[in-house]
Design a protein around this ligand. Structure first.
Ligand SMILES: *[C@@H]1O[C@H](CO)[C@@H](O)[C@H](O)[C@H]1NC(C)=O
Ligand SMILES: *[C@@H]1O[C@H](CO)[C@@H](O)[C@H](O)[C@H]1NC(C)=O
Ligand SMILES: *[C@@H]1O[C@H](CO)[C@@H](O)[C@H](O)[C@H]1NC(C)=O
Ligand SMILES: *[C@@H]1O[C@H](CO)[C@@H](O)[C@H](O)[C@H]1NC(C)=O
Length: 422
């Protein structure tokens, strides 16, 4: 029974991974690239990383503005304001020409991406769409008293019912959105972090001078993962006083990326990402795993949930995390004291001795027809997936394997299905 449960769970895990890896809904950059009249809009979607947000939503409508309108907006405002405005032009619903003219009662409010940022009080994150008859459809902020002074001009592209791109005549502006202060380099990072409950982290970055590194990077793009004060007290947290000052600096710099990487971009991250510590020699990279709206950072030694967004304002992002991120470069791999890195030290290790135990079920046993026992991977026909040095290297290897072997998984699903049918 346990074996069956294990098989089922593992299979479910593999299938889920496969689906997550292969359901790439759409690519807004590619959709807009044949339209030179929206090149500016497209460009700003990339700069603000809103493209990642759009691509990660299965059902979405993008209200585009032509280059003339886009440049007059962009000339007057910092990137953080442009991002806020453009977020209001991304509707979390599907509207095409037909649906616009069939709105029940002729008027509706649609949720926008801006609503999901957490800084949209009242109706600021909603857009009012009203069928004005005579073929005209008006758009405006849903905040009461706002004018419907933008209108639908034409349909640009549809992939029903996933993504729709519509052109509108002028920007939709919610009250207050244009005057939000830009954060930029003069944001008080320590003040922000202290308020967010990260006093220990603030003291460490101040004492070591890492704060200066952060401040210097902040102007060009910086993302900070600040461990909460509780994280430093948690059981299993290593004693930081045993680190040399260079190691402590590397540990702190490991908690930041030298780029603006909001949550939407983390969610679409597949490969391990470099941190600020990466420059200090060694890999020091992080992997990201996503489940629904929740993002987990995986260091190799452990992992931590992304707890809250303290600030998301181009080019600076500040998050809190529940646990310290412990790089393998400083804290080694998990407890296993086993045969170390050099293959020579253990004369002839059978491949399964090298196999990492976590969540990497060798697919082979499933492929061989329902022979019940599955104790040793060596019993099935040798698959292409024999554990290698590679697969041991990083936690992201699951992903890589999933990409390598889609057919294996499809076959696997079929086998499982037929097994269930019997
Ligand atoms: C549309 O989204 C669904 C999931 O909601 C997905 O299964 C389908 O493949 C997508 N269609 C296209 C054309 O991308
Ligand atoms: C989307 O398309 C653009 C342009 O065609 C390409 O450069 C980019 O890599 C694509 N992004 C993804 C996530 O596939
Ligand atoms: C949209 O705006 C119009 C004009 O201000 C208003 O009459 C209508 O009630 C609004 N629609 C909704 C759903 O609030
Ligand atoms: C930043 O905030 C901290 C704590 O609120 C304060 O002590 C410090 O003086 C502020 N720094 C600047 C440059 O305003």
């Amino acid at each position: 029974m346990t074996t069956v449960t294990t098989i089922t769970l593992s299979t479910f895990f593999i299938i889920t991974t496969t689906i997550l890896t292969f359901t790439k809904a759409h690519n807004i950059t590619a959709i807009l690239s044949p339209f030179p009249e929206y090149s500016q809009f497209n460009n700003y979607l990339t700069q603000t990383k809103l493209d990642d947000d759009i691509n990660s939503h299965e059902t979405i409508t993008v209200l585009v503005l032509n280059n003339g309108i886009m440049s007059s907006l962009a000339d007057k405002h910092p990137l953080s304001v442009i991002k806020a405005v453009l977020s209001l032009h991304i509707l979390l619903d599907y509207y095409d020409n037909k649906k616009l003219h069939a709105i029940s009662d002729g008027t509706t409010l649609s949720t926008t991406l801006y609503q999901t940022t957490g800084n949209a009080p009242g109706n600021v994150g909603f857009v009012n769409i009203t069928d004005l008859k005579g073929g005209k459809v008006g758009f405006g902020s849903a905040v009461s008293g706002s004018k419907l002074d933008s209108s639908y001009t034409k349909s640009v592209k549809q992939i029903p019912y996933n993504i729709s791109v519509l052109e509108i005549s002028s920007p939709i502006i919610a009250p207050g959105i244009l005057t939000a202060p830009a954060p930029s380099a003069d944001v008080n990072i320590t003040g922000l972090l202290e308020k967010a409950g990260c006093k220990t982290f603030v003291k460490l970055i101040t004492d070591t001078g890492v704060l200066k590194v952060f401040q210097k990077a902040a102007g060009n793009g910086l993302t900070i993962f600040a461990p909460s004060d509780e994280a430093f007290k948690a059981a299993g947290t290593p004693d930081l006083s045993t680190l040399t000052s260079a190691e402590l600096v590397a540990l702190l710099e490991y908690h930041a990326l030298g780029s603006y990487t909001p949550k939407g971009s983390l969610k679409t991250t597949k490969k391990p990402i470099s941190t600020l510590a990466t420059n200090a020699g060694g890999k020091y990279d992080l992997s990201v795993s996503t489940a629904g709206d929740s993002v987990t950072l995986v260091s190799g030694v452990g992992s931590s949930r992304l707890a809250s967004t303290v600030l998301d304002s181009t080019p600076l992002c500040v998050f809190t995390v529940d646990n310290l991120l412990l790089p393998t470069e400083l804290f080694g791999k998990a407890p296993s004291p086993a045969p170390d890195m050099s293959p020579e030290s253990a004369p002839a290790p059978a491949p399964e001795m090298l196999a990492p135990e976590p969540a990497a079920p060798a697919p082979s046993p499933f492929l061989s027809p329902p022979a019940p026992p599955m104790e040793s991977p060596a019993s099935g026909p040798a698959p292409a997936e024999e554990p290698t040095a590679d697969s041991q290297n990083s936690d992201a290897s699951n992903d890589v394997n999933a990409v390598k072997a889609p057919l294996v998984y499809i076959a696997l699903v079929s086998v499982l299905m037929s097994y269930v049918m019997i």
